[in-house]
Design a protein around this ligand. Structure first.
Ligand SMILES: Nc1ncnc2c1ncn2[C@@H]1O[C@H](COP(=O)(O)OP(=O)(O)O)[C@@H](O)[C@H]1O
Ligand SMILES: [Mg+2]
Length: 443
């Protein structure tokens, strides 16, 4: 092994490097993320060094002359995963799957490999679990008999195997366990992860292997290691939900071949992760007459989704009352609370407001505003929302309700799941919507 020339300090969040240790990363502003790493020896066969060595003049093409082969997508055999990928796996692409430990990354990808191994070669490279452990899981899931397996953590061996065997699909579980001798630092360090991803990316493009990289995530939900990893790969899928709840959400954070709005919903069972084709059925119900609960209709990609929103409004002595949302953007929540106070006559200045979205789903879409506002108003006034009501609509800063996109599809979904009353499309202002949506038994 080459003697490391020097030590550099690299930020584990964004990959910024510096000659000396710094308490705060100058790149991303995070504290305590700079870690010492050996500088790779000069002339090492790193991905960048290799690329620079092969400089040959290349003719330029006009786009019109490019022969495009519309590559057929590979169905992963898991419909919810196909949906998130934008209709299946693109051959020779690299997909990064991130998620907390125990969320089900290995389980999901093993079942997908099992299904894909029926008509093509599928390889699992396991660096975290032994072959015997994988076998146990495979026995539980079933249908994985033809999956080939390699227990290896050395990057060179993994890349050579891929080049030689050329499986159609490969899962690397996980990218943080791979290490290259030429990089002097420990497995999982920024330079190792970056090198591993760079090399695997090139191998997968050259040998036509569609590759899933499993990546661990840090507390705040980003994939551990530098963000450069996210820039390198074609798709980044985030697996959300915690191991104490049965439901998991798979979300595309980046997708070069499809939309990033799609989500897949799974339930963890003894036989592995089972797709939930109708999440509205699971998440879109309130207990009739409950105070502080409302059903909102949001749009996740192409799919309308009914979600129960719960809220609690509690008096507080804090000078700055809390606005805490789980699954709701904090800025959006603050805005909705402010509009409720200012334009709907709801005094919330002396109260903490908590909002929770069912099933661990995260709402990114303004169409859910009205549902959130209705849940908060119900909690603040102590009156339930009208039975069988579903709300959607974007709330503007003036208290006016803007029509949400794709109204017809949302109404169709509401009807499908038995909503007797759809609130939103016909309301002009928030005040009007609250009067129509809340029962007036007590107020
Ligand atoms: N026999 C079982 N029955 C039901 N669920 C199980 C069983 N064994 C493991 N699990 C679930 O699988 C999860 C582990 O999934 P895994 O795919 O290993 O996660 P990751 O690879 O993301 O760390 C555990 O959280 C557990 O809930
Ligand atoms: Mg795992």
């Amino acid at each position: 092994m080459a003697k490391p020339a020097a030590v550099q300090h690299v930020c584990t969040e964004c990959g910024t490097s510096s000659g000396r240790w710094l308490g705060r990363c100058p790149g991303c502003g995070e504290f305590g993320t700079m870690q010492a790493e050996a500088v790779p020896a000069r002339g090492a066969r790193s991905s960048s060094a290799r690329g620079a060595a092969q400089v040959a003049p290349r003719p330029l093409l006009r786009l019109v002359d490019v022969v495009s082969e519309e590559a057929e997508r590979i169905s992963t055999g898991v419909p919810e995963l196909d949906r998130v990928l934008g209709g299946g796996l693109v051959p020779a692409s690299v997909v990064l799957v991130g998620g907390e430990p125990g969320v089900g990354k290995s389980t999901l990808l093993l079942s997908a490999l099992g299904a894909m191994s029926r008509d093509r070669r599928a390889l699992l490279v396991t660096g975290e679990e032994s072959v015997a452990q994988v076998k146990l899981r495979a026995a539980r899931l079933g249908g994985c008999d033809d999956v080939e397996i390699l227990a290896e953590t050395e990057l060179d061996v993994v890349c050579d195997t891929l080049e030689r065997e050329r499986p159609a699909v490969c899962v690397i579980d996980s990218v943080q366990t791979l290490w290259s001798q030429e990089i002097g630092s420990a497995p999982g360090s920024v330079s190792q992860v970056r090198e591993a991803a760079g090399r695997l990316l090139r191998v997968s493009k050259e040998s036509g292997v569609a590759t899933f990289l499993v990546g661990h995530v840090t507390k705040d939900g980003s994939v551990a290691g530098p963000r450069v990893l996210e820039h390198l790969v074609d798709c980044v899928l985030q697996f959300e939900g915690d191991r104490y709840h049965a439901h998991r959400i798979l979300r595309a954070v980046k997708n070069r071949f499809g939309s990033t709005n799609e989500i897949g919903v799974f339930e963890m069972t003894g036989e592995g992760l089972v797709g939930v084709p109708d999440p509205s059925e699971v998440f879109g119900h309130t207990h009739g007459g409950e105070i502080g609960a409302a059903v909102a209709c949001t749009l996740e990609g192409t799919r309308p989704l009914l979600l129960e929103i719960q809220s609690l409004v509690a008096p507080t002595d804090l000078a700055m009352p809390r606005r805490v949302g789980t699954g709701v953007d904090p800025k959006r929540l603050a805005m909705i609370v402010a509009v409720l106070s200012r334009h709907a006559g709801l005094p919330l200045g002396g109260a903490d407001v908590f909002v929770n979205v069912a099933g661990g789903v995260r709402i990114d879409e303004p169409g859910a505003d009205l549902g959130i506002a209705l849940a908060i108003a119900s909690a603040a006034k102590g009156v339930p929302v009208r039975e069988g009501l579903t709300a959607f609509g974007e709330i503007g800063l003036t208290g006016r309700i803007r029509a949400a996109t794709q109204t017809d599809r949302r109404i169709e979904e509401c009807r499908k799941f038995g909503s007797s009353l759809v609130l939103g499309p016909d309301c002009e202002t928030l005040r009007q919507a609250l009067a129509a949506g809340l029962t007036n038994s007590q107020s």
